[in-house]
Design a binder for this molecule. Structure first.
Ligand code: HEM
Length: 556
């Protein structure tokens, strides 16, 4: 008898199979960590920081442990405006910081350089599947439908909606400062207050909903957002990043199936933070859905009468636009012909959730950093107070009321200089990513399909060849009209191109309204000697310590 050729798998010793498996994994690891990045990648000719010391994580450790955008700034200083950074697990990122390369990636070829899938999945999970998650024609269609909500006329009408929340903030801070012992002022964790005031404003302007998180910390939406924010620090964030990088995980976590099993998920150590995320998002969606239902009912019963049309919050505008589109379609063609693009209920809700997510913490961070910079620079702070003083209104509660409208906020020169400079130096979104969907040539470099671009917002905002030797310092004077920087489209704070921030003007006007009111009433200074700013390395660059500042009342 001869042995047969077909040997059954079961007859092969397990140790042999394990050995083969280990050899395959080792070869794959050597290819991914050494062969490809060192010897084969077309990107290997690009300069950049050395690949080591630990090949498995590459430079990822510097990024995680450093301040947002700062390791990258050092690499750009040392290696130039087109560099390669490797890690973790051999993943290559390319950082272009020259104007022409960024123009090509973000503007000219924006469709073939979308946000990477992992970013869209994560954003969709935590901020709804709105503008932040789509690209190409779908994006153009959505953006067109959303633009009217961000028009100057609507922003002008909305400015008045900021002041209830701002007045609440003033009165709370005033009470706390007056109660502070010894009349020495009160140390306040300013990021927390900024987060509450911006949440109240965006809930009102986005949903027409009074969250009043400043006075009512138990409000459902406020609590759910607070839980979401708590996930973005230290170990919580690290755990979430690991979980969300598992393929299919964000879709799973966004499902009803996962929500029903959230208590079970909470018991699994690696999924405990994800369970908090699932629960918080479900509650936020439930509140938004019920607000949308109310608005739809109201619009159907009342039609576009004055009451409904007077509502300027974004969700009401979307409901009104949908009713108007459907009505005109029926009256023009009797309902025949192609239906106009109208958003479904889910799409409308996703958009508004996106605005709540994208517009809340970013603006809060921008405000906290502005207060920090003013606390360091009493001269600029006083100059701002002097600029606002002529607009103060008489008030009986000991506060200095200031209710500036859109036009006035836009025209106050020093206020604008301060806000522009703060957003340049501490951009609330310090970086973002894009991914090459096709092989491309950028700045003479062949970029293979799939390459990740790190878009270095904070780096570009502080390049010395654009901003001068004091590029890394706070100098609002550079924005005065007699200086020329206004003509240079050189900050990337709100990005550029078709995906540039739709809420830019809204955010700037809102920041101006809050800062003007605060500076008119209070003096801000560091809370202890030698205090340093500690920005996190997270996607939204927040102060790690919540930004404690000493707050005193302005002496009249
Ligand atoms: C200081 C405050 C803000 C900053 C620094 C900021 C920054 C940014 C940046 C950098 C992007 C581009 C992200 C990317 O493509 O990867 C972006 C996009 C976006 N932002 Fe903002 N943002 C702010 C406030 C707001 C506000 C108030 C809203 C809305 C109410 C908003 C809504 C959006 C939306 C919807 C997008 C996606 C735009 C698109 O892809 O078409 N943002 N923002």
């Amino acid at each position: 008898m001869f042995p047969t050729d077909s040997v059954s798998l079961a007859s092969i010793p397990t140790s042999f199979l394990v050995g083969i498996g280990l050899i395959i994994i080792t070869i794959a690891a050597i290819y991914q960590l050494v062969l490809y990045p060192f010897y084969l990648s077309p990107l290997r000719a690009l300069p950049g920081p050395a690949l080591g010391p630990n090949l498995l994580i590459g430079r990822f450790g510097d990024i995680l442990n450093g301040e947002a955008g700062i390791p990258q700034r050092e690499w750009v200083k040392n290696h130039g405006k087109a560099i390669r950074v490797v890690g973790p697990i051999g993943i290559q990122r390319v950082i272009f910081s020259g104007a022409e390369s960024l123009q090509r990636i973000l503007v000219t070829n924006w469709i073939s350089n979308p946000r990477p899938g992992f970013m869209r999945d994560t954003l969709g999970l935590v901020a709804g599947y709105g503008l932040l998650t789509v690209t190409g024609d779908r994006h153009k269609q959505m953006r067109k439908a959303m633009n009217p909500a961000f028009s100057i006329s609507n922003l002008t009408a909305q400015t008045d909606m900021y002041y209830d929340a701002i007045d609440n903030l003033l009165s709370i801070l005033n009470t706390r400062v007056e109660k502070a012992q010894g009349g020495q002022g009160s140390v306040e964790i300013m990021y927390e207050w900024m987060s509450k005031v911006t949440l109240d404003i965006i809930c009102l302007t986005g949903l027409g909903y009074e969250a009043d998180s400043l006075r009512n910390p138990h409000n459902e939406l406020a609590q759910a957002y607070e839980e979401l924010i708590s996930l973005q620090t230290g170990r919580n964030l690290a755990q979430l990043i690991v979980i969300l990088s598992i393929p299919g995980m964000s879709a799973f976590l966004g499902s009803r199936f996962a929500w029903r099993r959230r208590k079970l998920l909470a018991k699994i150590p690696l999924l405990s933070r994800a369970a908090i995320l699932v629960d918080a998002m479900h509650r936020i969606k439930a509140v938004s859905a019920s607000i949308l239902r109310e608005k739809m009912k109201e619009a159907e019963h009342l039609g576009n009468n004055e009451d409904t049309a007077a509502k300027k919050d974004i969700m009401s505008l979307l409901v009104q636009a949908r009713m108007a589109d459907l009505k005109s379609h029926k009256s023009v063609g009797g309902g025949m012909g192609p239906a106009p693009y109208t958003m479904s209920d889910t799409e409308m809700m996703d958009q508004v959730l996106t605005f709540l997510g994208a517009g809340h913490e970013t603006t809060a961070s921008g405000l906290a950093w502005t207060l920090w910079l003013l606390a360091q620079d009493p001269v600029s702070q006083q100059r701002l107070r002097d600029e606002i003083t002529p607009f103060l209104e008489a008030s009986s509660d000991g506060l200095r009321k200031v209710r500036l409208g859109y036009r006035e906020l836009k025209d106050l020169v020093w206020l604008d200089c301060v806000i522009q400079e703060s957003l340049r130096l501490y951009p609330p979104v310090p970086m973002t990513f894009r991914q090459a969907a096709t092989t491309d040539h950028v700045d003479g470099v062949v970029i293979p399909k799939g390459t990740l671009y790190y878009i270095p917002i904070r780096v570009v905002n502080t390049l010395k060849d654009i901003w001068g030797e004091d590029a890394e310092e706070f100098n609002p004077l550079r924005w005065l009209p007699e200086n020329n920087f206004r003509q240079v489209p050189s900050t990337l704070t709100f990005l550029a191109g078709p995906h540039a921030c739709i809420g830019k003007t809204m955010a700037i006007i809102e920041m101006k309204a809050v800062i003007a009111a605060l500076i008119a009433n209070f003096e801000f200074s560091p809370s202890y000697q030698g205090q340093k700013a500690i920005p996190t390395a997270a996607v939204t660059m927040k102060p790690k310590d919540g930004m404690p500042l000493l707050v005193n009342k302005v002496v009249k």
